[in-house]
Design a protein around this ligand. Structure first.
Ligand SMILES: [Zn+2]
Length: 404
């Protein structure tokens, strides 16, 4: 296999950021860039932070038993370098446990942070610490978290903190017993972070437990993915370096609903989190590696649906402007009267927005296309060109000088 060699004198990556945009295919990136141009009143593509990284590659995503992967098989490939069957997490098809690179980094003395905008026992984050033949065994997956000793977890909460039947011991008690401090909201985090060496940073109590709010719903005191990444960088920064995996999980959720506006907004939110890492990179350019990729594409989103050249994201801009102005419930100017949004269900609005923009969707599930890989920093040349998703963790280890 052809590999681009790193130069002899290049430094190893001491600080590694591994960003996974769940469901973020090439077209999710393209439509978000087109939206940024529309924001400026132009037809075109305004680059995101991560699309300006100098290295661009593509990764194939198929799993052991399906050309179209699910998030746990893809997460396992991205975390361990081994393919498995859809539905399985951190284990081979014959259920042998695999070792994620997060463990290899930890064993090498690096501090480790695992972050997601959805629950931290979900498929992608779970792939970096858990081993289970079933990705939906959330309680058992969560119980593996405190056994890792990884220093930082953050984002959404736990899917079933008391087990499937609500009859098990609280996961919060279990993690506390194993030396983890759990913080709820930014104020609480700031008050607790200096008195512990292992922390789980969650949303304020009483808020939506499972995910960080969609960008459009972010309210006062809500934590964002960018804030969690920022907190992790500060918490984990040390002489020996760190490994941070951060998932933009809500891109996938929005795309599963074929929800154009939220697909774009969540990709922007993901980019804002990457900007935090990019600022860190600018301070330590020789020793920082940032890799941005996706586990698979979701929705089969297409920029153009019917014949002709119609493509218009103005309606998404109107929705965005109303959110920015704090006027979420205001009517959208659809150009039709009476205001059609006033009598539509949320589902109807979602499909109206895509129709109006002339955006197509082929599925409410995943597709089997390759996904983009963007990289910058120490060892980033390893991520150029065509690769398989199982190559990515191997190359990250190589870039960091850690034996795979
Ligand atoms: Zn999905």
């Amino acid at each position: 296999m052809l590999l681009v060699a790193t130069s002899c004198c290049e430094k190893k990556a001491k600080y590694v950021f591994y960003f996974i945009g769940d469901g973020m295919g090439f077209s999710h990136v393209a439509v978000t860039e087109a939206f940024k141009a529309v924001e400026k009143g132009e037809i075109g593509s305004e680059p995101l932070t991560f699309t300006q990284f100098p290295i661009l590659g593509m990764a194939t995503t198929y799993s052991t038993n399906h050309f179209i992967t699910c998030s746990s098989a893809a997460g396992t490939a991205l975390a361990t370098g081994t393919k498995t069957c859809n539905g399985m997490l951190g284990v081979t098809p014959d259920t042998t446990s695999l070792t994620a690179i997060s463990y290899k980094f930890h064993d090498a003395g690096r501090k480790v942070g695992i972050i997601s905008s959805v629950t931290i026992d979900h498929a992608t984050p779970g792939s970096f610490y858990a081993h289970n033949p079933s990705r939906s065994d959330y309680y058992a997956i969560a119980k593996e978290l405190p056994e890792t000793g990884f220093e930082f977890f953050g984002g959404g909460g736990f899917a079933t903190p008391f087990g499937k039947e609500d009859s098990e011991r609280s996961i919060y008690e279990i993690v506390a017993e194993r030396g983890y401090t759990v913080s709820y909201g930014i104020e609480d985090y700031l008050a607790l972070k200096d008195s512990t060496d292992k922390i789980i940073m969650l949303q304020e109590k009483g808020k939506e437990e499972n995910i960080l709010p969609y960008l459009k719903d972010v309210g006062k005191n809500d934590i964002t993915l960018a804030q969690v990444v920022d907190a992790a960088v500060k918490f984990l920064d040390n002489e020996k370096g760190f490994f941070i995996m951060a998932e933009g999980g809500t891109i996938d959720w929005a795309a599963h609903s074929n929800d154009l506006a939220n697909t774009i907004f969540e990709t922007l939110d993901f980019d804002a989190a990457i900007e935090v890492a990019y600022k860190f990179y600018q301070l330590h350019p020789d020793e920082t590696l940032i890799v941005v990729t996706a586990d698979h594409e979701t929705g089969g989103i297409a920029l153009g649906k019917t014949t002709g050249y119609n493509f218009d994201l103005t309606i998404v801009k109107e929705i965005f402007d109303k959110i920015e102005n704090g006027d979420k419930n205001a009517d959208i100017e659809t150009g039709e009267s009476p205001d059609v949004f006033s009598y539509m269900s949320e589902k109807e609005i979602i499909s109206y927005v895509s129709d109006k923009a002339n955006i197509g969707w082929t599925t409410m599930s995943h597709t089997g296309g390759a996904v983009p890989v963007f990289a910058i920093g120490a060892g980033s040349s390893l991520f150029s060109g065509r690769m398989d998703n199982t190559d990515i963790p191997k190359r990250i280890c190589k870039a960091a000088g850690i034996e795979f």
